[in-house]
Design a protein around this ligand. Sequence first.
Ligand SMILES: [Zn+2]
Length: 148
Amino acid sequence: MSEMKYCQGPKCHTYQTKDRIRGPKGAKHYQTRRRSYFSYLGGNACSMNCQDDWFRKFGEQALNHFGRIHEPIKLTEENAWVKDYDYDWQSGTRSNWRWVNHLNYQSIPMTKEQYDNPNYTRPRRSTVVVVEATNGKGKVIQKDILRF
Ligand SMILES: [Zn+2]
């Protein structure tokens, strides 16, 4: 059971719909909607109107507070990786967890644990070098695997 919360739209109470009416006869008023789930403003506003009202009133402040973008953010092959998996709608099962690069469409398999790990944000490429030592007859007597 999720908690009830109020729509954060600053003008929500001014939209005169039946579901916003509260109070006894003679003292009726409209009030801000309260729900356990909202679909707008990241789950904080009851409607597109309320979302827009919020942004009109607070958007500028929010941008200034969290920092503006002053130069372009670039999508390069290094940061174009997104996590993906296949979903079977009939059985409801997931499989084939992987990294997919949205620029070059390369794909790198991963485990479900890696998919669920929020700290695993980029595939790490490593070079594996196998060093083999041989005896005089060419027989491998030692094998080392080095990762870079
Ligand atoms: Zn609202």
